[in-house]
Design a protein around this ligand. Structure first.
Ligand SMILES: C[S@@+](CC[C@H](N)C(=O)[O-])C[C@H]1O[C@@H](n2cnc3c(N)ncnc32)[C@H](O)[C@@H]1O
Length: 250
């Protein structure tokens, strides 16, 4: 008998579906609507799902499956809290009649308002002191004060990552899977929307990237994949990573 995960038990899901059957997952069926509804059921109130997705080009046009999925998530009860962009730093030239695609979406879906948000920061371009306008008036008379510039600001919602060996991950074993996303992407999302001790879930975990980064950042985790081969790959990758962490601590 199959046991269901308890309702409202997951704080954060970071996952990427087999979009448009772009990759060959050996013919496994992927029922998107059932997955979306299942995610809504297991997500806690205030919990978040980060859905990393792109579109295939079929007969010269982009499928927009991602958009349809976004709309279905809303129908299933999620709020589309943000539409973020995962930009790939190094992408091969793909189409002769269009610009090279270098991004995927990261839909940030929440069950009500997100309970947790730890915004990642980036350094500002300028720092030190500057005469800054304050008390801005409708009559056009602005007062200026010498003020200290902020040294950091909240990142934008476009995140850039190098891809390939050394970028996506340094774990050679992960590349036996055809569609690994960057470890840093998973870690940045985990740090943004969860706290240590929270439960992080990936229902299509592939090589186990989300689970690995959840483990390394002190979260609890559950990873599932329909392919026993990929589930085994994720298990081995996690074991190797845990052993490396133990060695570096001793
Ligand atoms: C884009 S990959 C995920 C890769 C993963 N994020 C990583 O970094 O390795 C999608 C995964 O979904 C799995 N999958 C496909 N259909 C599934 C289903 N119905 N249920 C669970 N997993 C499924 C595939 O086997 C594949 O490993």
């Amino acid at each position: 008998m199959r046991e269901k995960m308890p309702p409202e038990s997951v704080d954060l899901t970071v996952t990427s579906p087999p979009y448009d059957n772009l990759r060959d997952y050996r013919g496994y069926a992927f029922r998107f609507e059932a997955v979306a509804e299942g995610l809504f059921r297991v997500t806690k109130k205030g919990g978040v799902v980060v859905w990393v997705v792109g579109d295939k080009v079929i007969k010269g046009g982009r499928t927009l499956t991602s958009f349809r999925q976004g709309l279905f998530f809303q129908q299933a009860g999620f709020q589309m809290h943000d539409v973020m962009i995962y930009q790939k730093k190094n992408t091969p030239f793909m189409r002769s009649n269009a610009y090279t695609n270098c991004y995927e979406f990261m839909f940030v879906l929440s069950k009500g308002a997100p309970a947790t948000f730890h915004p990642l920061k980036t350094k500002t371009a300028r720092n030190g002191y500057e005469m800054l306008v304050h008390d801005k008036r409708a009559d056009g008379v602005n007062k200026k004060n010498l003020r200290e510039l902020k040294t950091e600001k909240t990142k934008t919602n476009i995140w850039q990552y190098a891809v390939g060996l050394g970028g996506t991950t340094s774990d050679k074993i992960a590349f036996t899977h055809p569609a690994v996303f960057p470890e840093k992407l998973a870690l940045d999302q985990i740090r943004s929307w969860s706290n240590p001790g929270d439960l992080v879930f990936d229902p299509m975990c592939g090589s186990g990237t989300t689970c690995k980064m959840a483990m390394l950042s002190g979260r609890n985790w559950i990873g599932v994949d329909i392919s026993e081969e990929y589930a085994e790959l994720a298990r081995r990758r996690m074991q190797e990573s845990a052993a490396k962490t133990d060695r570096s601590m001793s």
